[in-house]
Write a protein that binds this ligand. Structure first.
Ligand code: HEC
Length: 176
């Protein structure tokens, strides 16, 4: 019995030291804070909760997208947005009080490797607690985060061309 505990401890430390920092917490954090709305598979509920299966990978590829994702988790998001031809006009709560910088980084590092997000997000740099802290210091409102979303959409629109936007099927990842 005692020996099993030691093994768990040692393998846990190995994971941490091995650079897969915080990967272990991501799934649990998603379950606690996100899955109720965005669903276990990240597909959301069309027209009510947007899908985050795919967009999180693409947004993780460029600085404004990463900042938007961190800000959404910390401060929430409010205002109209479009996905796959559906309009969303909901309110997402922020989790700045509930989650530490390390937890937000862990959650996003897990998410960018999940589902279709991995197509774009698997090989981009991991989120760090420092990156999260820099956004936290901005103390944004959900409306501010919506303004960030519009900026991000215009960047991705310009990259994808043909009016497809980041939720379309065309275009490559944004190259900057
Ligand atoms: C209470 C329901 C709810 C919970 C819980 C929730 N969200 Fe959201 N989320 C929403 C809604 C609603 C929107 C769209 C807001 C709008 O219409 O402006 C959204 C939008 C988003 C977006 C923007 C999607 C895009 O394509 O631009 C991301 C990313 C996101 N949520 C991630 C998360 C993560 C990560 C968590 C867990 C920390 C989470 N959400 C928890 C309801 C929720």
């Amino acid at each position: 019995m005692k020996r099993n505990w030691m093994l768990v401890l040692v393998s846990g430390l190995g994971l941490y030291a091995g650079g897969a920092a915080y990967a272990a917490d991501g799934a649990a954090l998603y379950q606690s804070y996100c899955a109720a709305c965005h669903q276990a598979n990240g597909e959301g509920i069309p027209g009510t909760y947007p899908f985050i299966n795919g967009p999180i990978g693409r947004l993780s590829e460029f600085p404004e997208g990463r900042e938007f994702l961190i800000a959404t988790v910390l401060f929430g998001l409010k205002g109209e947005m479009m996905q796959r031809g559906q309009v969303y006009n909901g309110v997402m709560p922020g989790y700045a009080a509930a989650m530490s910088d390390a937890e937000v980084a862990a959650l996003l590092n897990w998410l960018k490797r999940q589902w279709n997000n991995a197509n774009f997000g698997a090989n981009v740099p991991d989120y760090t607690p420092e990156e999260v802290a820099a956004v936290r210091a901005k103390k944004l409102s959900p409306d501010d985060v919506h303004a960030m979303l519009q900026k991000v959409e215009s960047i991705m629109h310009a990259v994808n061309g043909r009016g497809r936007g980041r939720h379309g099927t065309g275009g490559g990842p944004p190259k900057r």
